[in-house]
Design a protein around this ligand. Structure first.
Ligand code: SF4
Ligand code: SF4
Length: 135
């Protein structure tokens, strides 16, 4: 099994590549191979609390990609207490760092897959990377 190929659509005579953040499915075997590969610290162990500030340049009151505000240092509840999980707002599909999603590249069971609920353009993912790292 491999990561799905991104869809291409034509819009206003231009080809726009639709890309998605990555999610981890319940096939995860909690092997820990992916966590150190993420350039955005978007991957967490099961039941771990997470913050926007960890391994990013975000601090204090921040505006999230969806326009809401949050405290970068505030701890957030784990998204899964059984499997490793990815914080969508911190995942850029490795854009700006690597050609391929690094978590998907190292995962032995191919459970890092595109998140259809969080489809984002490459432009948006690069904006997110700049936001995360204060560029
Ligand atoms: Fe991190 Fe890249 Fe995986 Fe997203 S795709 S969780 S940025 S390693
Ligand atoms: Fe789970 Fe794959 Fe990460 Fe291992 S590499 S912890 S199986 S998502």
């Amino acid at each position: 099994m491999s990561v799905k190929t991104p869809k291409f659509v034509r819009n206003n005579q231009r080809k726009i590549q639709h890309i998605m953040a990555i999610k981890i499915t319940d096939e995860c075997i909690n092997c820990d191979a992916c966590i150190s590969e993420c350039p955005n610290n978007a991957i967490y162990e099961p039941d771990d609390e997470w913050t926007y500030a960890q391994e990013t340049s975000l601090e204090g009151s921040i505006t999230l990609p969806n326009g809401e505000t949050a405290d970068a240092e505030e701890s957030n509840e784990a998204i899964s207490d059984e499997f490793y999980f990815i914080v969508t707002d911190k995942c850029t599909e490795c854009k700006g760092f690597h050609d391929e999603p690094q978590c998907a590249s190292v995962c032995p069971v191919d459970c890092c897959v595109p998140d259809e609920d969080n489809e984002e353009s490459e432009e948006k993912l690069l904006e997110k990377k700049a936001w995360l790292h204060g560029e």
